[in-house]
Design a protein around this ligand. Structure first.
Ligand SMILES: *Cc1c(COP(=O)(O)O)cnc(C)c1O
Length: 427
């Protein structure tokens, strides 16, 4: 942090943050991709206050809270297909850890056990959080490579990127044939395929070819491998549907949710299983088939109250339906950047947008990382009143879903001007 400019927030309102030194900043990355309805939304605030008058926390180990039960029922209703049984935790990484252990234990306890299924297939560029199991799945060298000596090794799939793909191939076919080969070769050992759907956020808004998710679902069925989908970033409206899986009519066997679950208010995550997974764990206590996993703050009622209020807001408004229109508006405003010699790609789905800066557009070569282009662009945006945070040289635009068209214009202008300013200074 030796060259760090601290920004300390005193309060916030809607999509705007007020810092202790009196600046007002537009929250251009939804407080790290989780804020949905804006800050200090009256309905979510009231739900938390109301819950506080009843109980702040009880355990879900051996008992439960009424509000948490209501949330579990609501999640079963709003998630795709027959996803129905929720294990609660406090952050996205923990939701993924639970999914890994659940998938592993499932193959030991299903009516036709296959205990040799102990491995996972993860994508190139995968990001599933920063705990050790989640980092083992991770495929971002810069974040993950250092820890290799303490990690397990997944079977590594391709980075299904539509920007860096050989020119003469059909991207979907190209990546799918690699997935097919890996599943063909390894399905006997594979407990699950774990993937982020449509967009791999932390990898730099890597955007998949349309149809990949549903095709991987078919491969998982064909080769009898569980499918774990990590919607920690894409869930709750971000891509223009409540869940990204809905774009391709996919129901994973296990779904991981986090970030936007509470509207971005409180730490809560969920690992949601379909009945065939749940049933493998359902037995009298003496059979010891229960899921051997628990967290002190699982299902915290204050967080559950926020989550219920957030889901009700989706029911009461056309927020999800508005995302496509807002995304088109933002894309249109940013599209002029495609003429800039250092803007290689603008990608993403819905209000999950990445702008990749490159040294050479023809060869798609990045700048030397010591130049800190992404970071400098984001600093310039802060000077213009917009808080954004880069992923190396990919500028992320990921505003709260409630952002207005005018606010999206402010975000776009700041990003465009900052890119021009920083790159004009480059030799
Ligand atoms: C942020 C993120 C996680 C990790 O969530 P935390 O709450 O930070 O632990 C996992 N998966 C994806 C896809 C994410 O974007």
């Amino acid at each position: 942090m030796a060259d760090f400019d601290p920004i300390v927030v005193r309060k916030a309102d809607g999509c705007w943050l007020t810092t202790t030194d009196g600046r007002r900043l537009f929250d251009g990355v939804s407080s790290l991709w989780c804020n949905v309805h804006g800050h200090r939304h009256p309905k979510i605030d009231a739900a938390i206050r109301d819950q506080l008058d009843r109980v702040a926390h009880v355990t879900t180990l051996g008992m439960s809270a009424e509000t948490t039960e209501i949330l579990a029922t609501r999640l079963a209703e709003v998630t795709p297909g027959d996803l129905a049984h929720t294990f609660f935790s406090s952050d996205g990484a923990s939701a993924v850890e639970a999914a890994l252990k659940m998938a592993f234990q499932y193959w030991r306890q299903t009516p036709m056990p296959q205990p040799e299924k102990t491995q996972f297939l993860a994508l190139g560029g995968a990001y599933h959080g920063d705990t050790t199991g989640a980092v083992s799945l991770g495929g971002i060298e810069y974040f993950h490579q250092l820890f290799a000596p303490i990690l397990f090794s997944p079977i590594r799939g391709p980075v299904p990127c539509t920007y860096r793909v050989p020119e003469e191939v059909d991207p979907l076919e190209f990546y799918l044939s690699q997935f097919r080969e890996l599943l063909h070769d390894h399905h006997h050992q594979l407990a699950a395929v774990v993937m982020e759907p449509l967009v791999q956020g932390a990898a730099g808004m890597i955007t998949h070819p349309v149809g990949l998710l549903s095709a991987v679902r078919e491969l998982c069925d064909e080769f009898n491998v569980l499918m774990v989908v990590d919607e920690v970033a894409t869930g709750f409206g971000r891509t223009g549907r409540l869940f990204a899986c809905e774009h391709e009519s996919v129901t994973p066997d296990i779904l991981c949710l986090g970030k936007g679950l509470t509207g971005g208010y409180l730490p809560m995550a969920a690992t949601i299983a379909r009945p065939h997974v749940f049933d493998a764990f359902l037995a009298p206590a003496t059979d010891s088939k229960q899921f051997f996993h628990g967290h002190t703050f699982s299902g915290n009622p204050l967080a559950a109250a926020a989550a219920i209020a957030s889901i009700e807001l989706f029911d009461e408004t056309d927020l999800v339906a508005s995302v496509d229109q807002k995304a088109n508006h933002l894309r249109k405003r940013l599209s002029g950047l495609l003429n800039h010699p250092n803007v290689g790609d603008i990608r993403g789905r819905g209000l999950m947008v990445g702008i990749e800066i490159v040294a050479d557009r023809e060869t798609k070569t990045p700048f030397d990382s010591n130049r800190q282009i992404g970071r400098n662009v984001c600093r310039a945006a802060v000077d213009r009143g917009v808080w954004v945070r880069p992923l190396t040289d990919v500028i992320v635009a990921m505003p709260p879903l409630v952002a207005t068209m005018e606010e999206l214009d402010i975000l776009a202008s700041a990003v465009i001007e900052s890119i021009e300013q920083v790159l004009d200074q480059q030799p």
